[in-house]
Ligand binder design. Structure first.
Ligand code: MRU
Length: 341
């Protein structure tokens, strides 16, 4: 079997944090240096970097950078709060910030930067390893020969510190010669599927077909895919899954056509303090994302917009949740606890 790998990365440390500016993809590959926690928080809000695990890693490195500039604790606690509140839905962000802040608080002042950077690097490596493990666990869910899979948004290398969560499964199948085709929903309004997933696939030689979000139900009805694979931003204790808006509609259509709905997420995305999906905060974003497609206006300026960035899929519509610790199937509070941190 070929090695399961990718040529894509969302972030890197080169004596400072650099982010691949995902707003510019697929037209341009440009790395943006991010020197401060404030700059990182603004980059997270503006979707320079996005995807729950990649956001968490960005915040971890940004807090380390801040400790180099000023290792004083009051300052670093303020920077940590700013980072943790930059986007509300993904669970990885607050977890990563809390972890690095704890490392900083336990270190002598002159070692805060080195220790925080080492901890951020360790989180990065752990996420890359989790992606590989999810790929292996996910492959086992699809028996027999080649399969075609449908995905939504981008849960790939651009969203994680490794080969991706949902796209980790896709890449693991592809490396075994068992992926017939990846179908990618475009994911309006921000088009993470069209701009990012399709780009990753083309770049890594993964056969990919792009479709408008509204075409997904008919693709499922035709029997063209053997599974839907998506990532998650936060998984509640009962197995409810917050992910990119449109995931719930895909889950409903998949259930109607008896297609397995598989969610892949590292344990950093689980939040057992949320008992159900109702307690997951859902980010509402500005109306201009919907009134425009990129720069082009496609709706009147005056029209009201409903623009939740995420939706919640209830556990009874999820066939399996895959983490690096294994597979929850069926999805319920007991099985989720078995693969949670
Ligand atoms: O708004 P985004 O682009 O940050 O939303 C990303 C998603 O919904 C992903 O599916 C999720 O973060 C999982 S990424 C491994």
């Amino acid at each position: 079997m070929a090695e399961v790998t990718t040529s894509v990365a969302a972030l890197r440390w080169r004596d400072g944090l650099e982010l691949l500016d995902q707003r510019l993809l697929p037209a341009r590959e440009s790395w943006l240096p991010v020197a401060t926690a404030g700059a990182a928080a603004r980059a997270i809000q503006a979707l320079v970097v996005r995807g729950a695990p990649a956001i968490g890693l960005t915040a971890a490195y940004a807090l380390a950078s801040e400790a180099r500039a000023d290792p004083e604790l009051t300052h670093l606690r303020r920077a940590a709060r700013r980072l943790a509140s930059s986007r509300p839905t993904g669970a990885d962000l607050a977890r990563a910030v809390q972890h690095i802040l704890r490392v900083i608080e336990e270190a002598p002042q002159e070692q805060r930067f080195e220790r925080a950077l080492a901890a951020a690097r360790a989180l990065h490596e752990a996420d890359a390893a989790a992606c590989l493990a999810m790929g292996e666990h996910g492959v086992a869910l699809f028996h027999g020969g080649s399969v075609s899979l449908l995905t939504h948004c981008n849960a790939g290398a651009l969203a994680t510190g490794g080969i991706g969560s949902a796209l980790g499964i896709v890449r693991a199948l592809h490396a075994r010669g068992r992926l017939a085709r990846l179908y990618a929903c475009e994911a309006r309004p921000v088009l993470q599927g069209a701009r990012l997933t399709a780009w990753e696939a083309v770049r890594d030689g993964i056969p990919c077909t792009l479709l408008a979000d509204g075409a997904a139900a008919s693709l499922l009805a035709r029997g063209s895919v053997q599974g839907v694979v998506v990532g998650a931003d936060r998984i509640a204790a009962d197995g409810s899954v917050a992910n990119k808006v449109g995931t719930y509609a895909l889950a409903l259509a998949a259930a109607r056509h008896a297609v397995p709905m598989v969610v892949a997420a590292p344990t950093t995305t689980f939040d057992l303090t949320c008992p159900t999906g109702d307690s997951i905060p859902i980010e509402q974003r500005g109306g201009e994302e919907v009134r425009r497609v990129r720069r082009a206006r496609v709706a009147p300026e005056e029209v009201d917009v409903y623009n939740p960035a995420f939706d919640v899929t209830p556990p009874d519509l999820v066939t399996a949740i895959v983490s690096e610790r294994g597979v929850a199937r069926p999805v319920n509070a007991v099985t989720v606890r078995g693969i949670a941190p």
